[in-house]
Design a protein around this ligand. Sequence first.
Ligand code: G16
Length: 562
Amino acid sequence: MEFRSSTVHTKPFDDQKPGTSGLRKKVKVFQQKNYTENFVQAILNSLGDELKGSVLVLGGDGRYYVKDAAKLIVKMCAANGVKKVIVGQHGIVSTPAVSNLIRKRNTTGGIILTASHNPGGPDQDFGIKFNTKNGGPAPDSVTTEIFNITVRLDSYNIVPDLDCDIDTLGVNTYTVDGKEFVVEVIDSVADYVSLMKDIFDFSSLRDLLKGTESRDPFRVLINSLNGVTGPYVREIFVNELGAGESSIVNTKPLEDFGGLHPDPNLTYAAELVSALKEGVHDFGAAFDGDGDRNMILGKNAFFVTPSDSLAVLGSHLRHIPYFRIEGVKGFARSMPTAGAIDRVANAVGVDFYEVPTGWKYFGSLMDASRLSLCGEESFGTGSDHIREKDGIWAALAWLQIIACEKKSVEELLISHWKRFGRNFFTRYDYENCNADDCARMMHKLEQTVTSPAYVGTQLSHKNKSYVVKLADNFHYEDPVDGSIAARQGIRLLFEDGSRIIVRLSGTGSSGATVRIYIDSYEKDENLLLGDAQVVLSPLINIALDVTEIKIHTGREAPTVIT
Ligand code: G16
């Protein structure tokens, strides 16, 4: 079929600055005339000379507006000289699977349609993110370039009549302006499952779930929260590993996630927590809308903090076939993540890196073969098998370790704490606050804590006191390419190693979300089993006082406590 492209005049929008991971706004914002078109054109223009003849992966988490946006992007790729688009059937591909496809097919990059863990539906959130040829989220230099293009964009290119059927698997070939343009509609599950089979020993996982004469079946409950992971989970856990159908729930990707908030934490994945509390299952995992986040629970809903999850994986990587072959290069975590992995890096004897919040900061270290395993307190865990965090990978990694160690989740944690000590951690989120109020709060806090006289200040609550050792706004210089990420969160580091971190989220779609992270370290064996909220209570109160959060936001309590 032959088509001609046309150029449409447009006016720039001034609010298309990508956040922590892409541009996230309400669906209604993206549905404004030319809004999505402008942002997509800016992404394509940012490719410069690489655009003509490029190959792009395209897919999203199945939320409302994904399919419309995917079809629109195909029309725009056709008009902009892209040679080929590899798109998931129905426009659906998980974020880790996109990363894998970009790398496996050696493409120019990929466009991911997701607002991650944010709710979906006509009145909820949507997002667009660009991943570069290493498979990872675009670095700051690229997102800044995209934003700079958006504010001066005056036209976009489209082939309005090219209506590709993205529901049917197959290769569609068109002629656009006299040149060949190909759309390959793929089943995105197959490649991802094959990657997981290369990384893990599926036969030992099968034995674990099935049980043996001397060992009961290990009962898992996997909750996809009606996000993109459902089909992947079905293929891996039911078809490959032989878990019963009742082991997987909420596995049909729905445009509104069935009304669920697809964020795998104790608040929004409460259904999994209650199910695990019944004591029938040995292991529970939940994933977010686009499949890159995970929450791990043990029997009776024993909660594994993401910081601890990372550390336990780090000290048992030898059990995972991939690392036996690839070796273990280094470990990393985002700055607000508690420092449990730091101690493991020291014990294992590998390099350790602390980066700002955002998976994009891990990519250059992985590309330089300096980093094998990393994670974030925001329920992200992953390795250098791809350049995104990977929820299903994390669950399989835990199961592989359990299969080898023959210990429960709780036993693994307790023995880890006995060996390394325990980092108690909590995060308070104040969602959807007034953006100006929060900006004022951050400004005031920064002025207060960065005055030279602040170091040495003693902050107290009841009979506990902490002395400030360092206070700053976190500044990162990438050790590989020297790029700088400044002002990444206010840090109060105390002499005993405890920390209070305050930053504004970069993933909300409206207003501002304040995140307060609190952690402390305990190595006294008698105090390892305390409740984090109780142990951290003095520091929590100090954090609420120092930030004056109630005064600035008018909020009596956080929206979510993790
Ligand atoms: C994104 C980033 C993560 C980051 C998280 C939270 O995750 O990829 O690296 O930790 O946002 O960011 P913030 O604290 O700014 O909201 P996702 O899963 O939303 O793509």
